[in-house]
Design a protein around this ligand. Structure first.
Ligand code: ADP
Length: 351
């Protein structure tokens, strides 16, 4: 069965075509600059038309959808009700969900009758208990506005947790795993018996670890303080926290960990500081997740930094398991969100 996986963003569509259940990658590619000035690709419909023209036949399509809020706890076959609910989730994910939905609607028009499945980045974290996802805010903000921790990168955390169990030849239901997705966006998840019980990202992907350009956790009172001091409006503070902070903001050099590592090795103090802060925050979260799971059998690193930067991994794990009776296995597992989406799509439609 040929499964096309679509990751439809605001100005790009990435795709991978898999033969399932064999997991064979048949083709992949991307269309960039959609709807940008001077681009020939005016919208997602034209982008997908181009992609489909390169592919002979498709049996089903799996779509990455960023935000499923509390409405989606697992992947679902797309129908009118699902489309309506994804639209409703756009209110809390205005940057992502409309683009994801544009991909779904374009496929609906271009290949009517081919089944489509929506796989949500937030779904894996829907098992987090209320005492971990409710913020210390007035409770009505949760009931009326849906303000709570949702968590992201769910497909990646779920995929590497499954792979870890497979590599260790153990049942996922018997393992306590901490998964570290360290790319430009970074998040860490406590996976207890195959379920996410806490994760570092929150209502948005800004919470948690220090990332390429995002601040991660900070004192919320800083936001009005910085706005007043720097005379910033809402959009400007949003940009400061999401685009000008993290490794980039601290180092004043780059959001790219490879560049920081090189600069730090040549004695650049700010690059070194950015790396130290990055590592320290991850170590704190690992400690917290060992505490909430009463142990850890396996620590997984994935994504750009996690997969490729051994020196960063070594700093994170240095002496960190000394107090444990048995040190967890440390694994490096390349993430493959598209394959996970293909697997979940196949599971849903194979019968
Ligand atoms: P994204 O979240 O954009 O998918 P990636 O997972 O590609 O990000 O990770 C990007 C980060 O990984 C950067 O900080 C980059 O420096 C670091 N990195 C280190 N080695 C590599 C590599 N071989 N390829 C890609 N990124 C790498």
């Amino acid at each position: 069965m040929k499964i096309l996986v679509i990751n439809s963003g605001s100005s790009s569509i990435k795709y991978k075509l898999f033969q399932m259940p064999g997991r064979k990658l048949l083709s992949k590619g991307s269309i960039e600059h959609i709807a940008e000035k001077g681009s020939e690709i005016k919208d997602h419909y034209s982008g997908l038309k181009l992609i489909l023209s390169k592919i002979n036949s498709v049996d089903a399509v799996g779509h990455r959808v960023v935000h499923g809020a509390e409405k989606f706890k697992k992947p679902l076959l797309v129908d009118e009700a699902v489309i309506r609910k994804i639209k409703q989730c756009s209110a809390i994910a205005p940057l992502h969900n409309p683009a994801n939905l544009a991909g779904i609607l374009a496929c609906k028009k271009l290949i009517p009758g081919v089944r489509q499945v929506a796989v949500f980045d937030t779904a894996f974290h829907q098992s987090i208990p209320d005492y971990a996802y409710i913020y210390g805010l007035p409770y009505e903000l949760y009931t009326k506005l849906g303000i709570r921790k949702y968590g992201f990168h769910g497909t990646s955390h779920e995929y590497v947790a499954h792979e870890a169990a497979r590599i260790l030849n153990k049942k996922l239901q018997r393992l306590k795993i901490i998964t570290c997705h360290l790319g430009n966006g970074c998040s860490i998840t406590a996976v207890d018996k195959g379920k996410s019980i806490d994760t570092s990202m929150g209502f948005t992907p800004l919470e948690g670890l220090v990332m390429g350009t995002r601040s991660g956790d900070l004192d919320p009172a800083l936001i009005p303080h910085i706005m007043r001091k720097r005379k910033l409006d809402l959009d400007e503070i949003d940009t400061l926290l999401n685009k000008a902070s993290g490794l980039k903001g601290i180092s004043g050099i780059s959001n790219d960990m490879r560049i920081l590592e090189e600069k730090a090795s040549k004695g650049n103090k700010r690059a070194q500081l950015a790396m130290d802060i990055f590592v320290y925050r991850i170590r704190k979260y690992i400690g917290a997740y060992i505490a909430i799971m009463s142990g850890c059998d396996c620590l997984v690193f994935t994504a750009g930094i996690g997969e490729n930067q051994k020196s960063v991994r070594s700093k994170i794990t240095k002496n960190i398991f000394k107090h444990l009776k048995k040190a967890p296995k440390v694994l490096v597992i390349p993430t493959n969100e598209e394959l996970m989406i293909a697997k979940q799509t196949y599971q849903l439609i194979k019968d």
